[in-house]
Each structure stands twice: as structure tokens, then as C-alpha cells.
Design a protein around this ligand. Structure first.
Ligand SMILES: *Cc1c(COP(=O)(O)O)cnc(C)c1O
Length: 396
């Protein structure tokens, strides 16, 4: 097999061809600035309005609660810094979890330097935040709870509706980083009591560099980019018409196909998981078995360096990740794997495979067969493995 096998859809996805086609005329024909007054410009404006409607519809929100941004990181930064600033007279305490994306964690660390206090809730071995821990952390000066919908490394889905209700009962704003969840699992901002929600186009087959922030009507959020009057003057800058059109189309498609796509991907992923756990010794599945994104598989292989695994998989045309793409190049094990209680050496031997509906059963089988060979080869080279085998023999 010489073709490319892409199993890194948590890092980014291939663009939907329909979305790509829909973008094209807004580069070459309808290229007017939607803020201009002539009729020519209104074509772009109409397309942006349509995208806003589509996205709002998928969340059970209204179009005027959707603000377009340049992606998930920007949406997370804006939600947290925007609430922190607008409510600083009320309090300076924020609650989040220890397994958030760095776009949330590093924003919180930045705010700590500005005099805010942040509680980082622990998670259990499956990566779940508990409602009791959340309740214990709430203080009179808590202004924001930010807990991710689904984790980008281990795929664990949180009890968002429960946390949203707790936040609401305590009069605290609730933000969720739904970058891995939007377009993949059902979300309803009213039923789940979500006040702010981040998402990113390129995680659901839209283009890169475009995302949105849902902000519930009535929530006061300090403006992010000062300048023109785009996005109700809260996020200035000439509208990214092509990006928004592509993201809107991809969102519509993701919504319409959600159930059947998830079914197909889950079948592939479950087969992958079953085979890896049954056929490779000393392997552990990371993340929840039940509350899990349909496309995510994350394993730890003992006595193995995740980085070596990735290089050898790459030589076989397989794209995977050893944690989150953002941490590649760093030697620290993933903060998520440490938070679920993995010791450093086990966390180092981790592999994330995130599938899409474009993968096939043949690809899954090829990946497992290849993985088996690679793991065996690396273990034969590992001094840790030798020691372990000796220990085992002694015990017998
Ligand atoms: C990818 C990702 C982000 C960042 O989104 P960008 O659009 O790449 O900035 C934030 N949070 C989570 C959970 C992600 O998976």
C-alpha cells in the first residue's frame, strides 16, 4: 500500500469539496467588501448572512449570537479574556479544567499574571470532570466556568448539560470549547445552558483560519479587535467572506450528515480499537469507553516512544499523532495524559488515531497490521523491554 492514510482528523480535516466549490465565486466574481454600500458587495453579505443562519440553526441559537473569528484559538481567547474584562468588577475567579486545549490554558495563565485567580479542576482516569468538584470550586467571586465539550487528545465528552445547569444556578457564565465537538455531536445551547461556545471551521471539513464564537444574547463581552464595525463592532476587520462561506457550507453538511457519518466512523474506530487491544500486548486505551467522540482512539504502548512510533508509521504512509499537534516538537508528555494519571514513561508511548468517513476498513486493518510490526520492532530494541521481561521471568 503506497497511498496516504490520514488518521489525524483531530489536528485538521480535509475540506469538503462542496464547501470548496461554494467558496470559489467569492474569490473571483463576488469579491466585493460586504461592508460597502453598492449592490455588487451585497452578494458577499448575503452569503455571510446565510452561513450565520446555518451555524446558529445547528446550535439552536439566533444568527445575531454568532460572531465570526479567525478560528478556535481566537474564539477561546476572546470568550475568556472578554468575560474576564467585562466582569472584573464582579469578581476575578475563573474555573476551568486541567485538560483544556492550550488556547484555554495559556489564556488562563495570562490572566493569572493580570491578577485573576484560576481553579484547574482535576479529571478522573477517563478524563471526566466531576460535578462535585465543580460545585466545590465555585466561590462568590467566580465569574466564568470554561470546560471543553470534547477533548482533542483522548476524545472524552464532558457532561456539558450538567455543568451548564450548575453555572446557571449560580449566576456564573458558562463557556465551552466545542472545537472537537461542533459538527460531530449534537449541541443545543439552550438545553445545555451554554453562554459562550467556540468552534473552528477546519475541524469539521471547512477551511483553516476561520471559526466562530457563540455569545448568548445579553452576555456582555469586551470587544476583541477594535476598528471597523464588522461583527457588531465587537470583532473588527474586513469580513473573511470566502472562509465564512466555506465554513457555513461545511457546517450545514456536517449537521445534515451527522448521524450517518458518526455511525460509519464509529464502526471503523471500534474495529481499530478491538484489534489493537486484542492483538498487541501491554497496551492501554486512554479516555472514556462510553463518553467518547466517535472518531477518536488513543493508546499507550509500554516500552515505546510515541515519537518513534510516529516516524515509522509515517514511513508507511500513515498520518497520526502522539498527543496534540501543538505539543509535537516538545519533549514534555501531554498534560492531558498526565492529568488522567498516566506516569511519564507510559504517557510518552502514546498514539492518537482520529478517523474520518473517508477511511476504509482496509485502511484500518493495514494500520493495525503495521502498528503490530512496528511495536514489536521497537520493543525488541528497547532496553526497558529487556528489563521488564527479566523481571517477569523472575516472578515466575
Ligand atoms: C484545534 C483546537 C483548537 C484551536 O483551533 P484553531 O482553529 O486551530 O485555532 C482549540 N481547541 C480545541 C479543543 C482544538 O481541538
Amino acid at each position: 500500500m503506497n497511498q496516504l492514510i490520514y488518521m489525524d482528523n483531530a489536528a485538521t480535516t480535509r475540506m469538503s469539496e462542496k464547501a470548496f466549490e461554494k467558496m470559489k465565486p467569492y474569490f473571483l466574481e463576488n469579491y466585493g467588501n460586504p461592508s460597502s454600500v453598492y449592490q455588487f458587495a451585497s452578494r458577499g453579505k448575503a452569503a455571510v448572512d446565510e452561513a450565520r443562519e446555518t451555524i446558529a440553526g445547528l446550535l439552536g441559537a439566533s444568527a445575531n449570537e454568532i460572531y465570526f473569528t479567525a478560528g478556535g484559538s481566537e474564539s477561546d481567547n476572546w470568550a475568556i479574556k472578554g468575560v474576564a474584562d467585562s466582569l472584573k468588577a464582579k469578581g476575578k475567579h475563573i474555573i476551568t479544567s486541567s485538560i483544556e486545549h492550550h488556547a484555554v490554558l495559556h489564556t488562563c495563565e495570562f490572566l493569572e499574571k493580570q491578577g485573576y485567580e484560576v481553579t484547574y479542576l482535576p479529571v478522573d482516569e477517563n478524563g471526566k470532570v466531576s460535578a462535585e468538584e465543580l460545585l466545590k470550586a465555585i466561590r462568590p467571586d467566580t465569574i466564568l466556568i470554561s470546560i471543553m465539550f470534547a477533548n482533542n487528545e483522548i476524545g472524552t465528552i464532558q457532561d456539558i448539560e450538567v455543568f451548564g445547569r450548575i453555572a446557571k444556578e449560580h449566576g456564573i457564565l458558562f463557556h465551552t470549547d466545542a472545537v472537537q465537538a461542533f459538527g460531530h455531536v449534537p449541541i443545543h445551547v439552550d438545553e445545555m445552558h451554554i453562554d459562550l461556545l467556540s468552534a473552528s471551521g477546519h475541524k469539521f471539513n471547512g477551511p483553516k483560519g476561520v471559526g466562530f464564537l457563540y455569545v448568548r444574547k445579553g452576555v456582555r463581552l469586551t470587544n476583541l479587535i477594535h476598528g471597523g464595525s464588522q461583527e457588531r463592532a465587537k470583532r473588527a476587520g474586513t469580513t473573511n467572506v470566502t472562509g465564512i462561506v466555506g465554513m457555513g457550507e461545511a457546517a450545514g453538511e456536517a449537521g445534515a450528515l451527522m448521524t450517518e457519518r458518526a455511525e460509519k466512523i464509529r464502526t471503523l474506530r471500534d474495529h481499530l480499537m478491538e484489534r489493537v487491544l486484542a492483538e498487541i500486548p501491554y497496551v492501554k486505551l486512554n479516555g472514556s469507553k462510553t463518553d467518547r467522540l466517535p472518531n477518536n482512539a488513543n493508546f499507550s504502548f509500554r516500552f515505546i516512544e510515541g515519537e518513534s512510533l510516529l516516524i515509522l508509521l509515517d514511513q508507511n504512509g500513515i498520518c497520526a499523532s502522539s498527543g496534540s499537534a501543538c505539543t509535537s516538537g516538545s519533549l514534555d508528555p501531554s498534560h492531558v495524559l498526565l492529568a488522567i494519571g498516566l506516569p511519564h514513561e507510559i504517557a510518552h508511548g502514546s498514539l492518537r488515531l482520529t478517523l474520518s468517513e473517508e477511511n476504509t476498513m482496509e485502511e484500518v486493518d493495514f494500520v493495525v497490521d503495521t502498528l503490530k510490526k512496528i511495536v514489536e520492532r521497537l520493543r525488541n530494541m528497547s532496553p526497558l523491554d529487556e528489563d521488564f521481561v527479566k523481571e517477569q521471568k523472575k516472578e515466575k
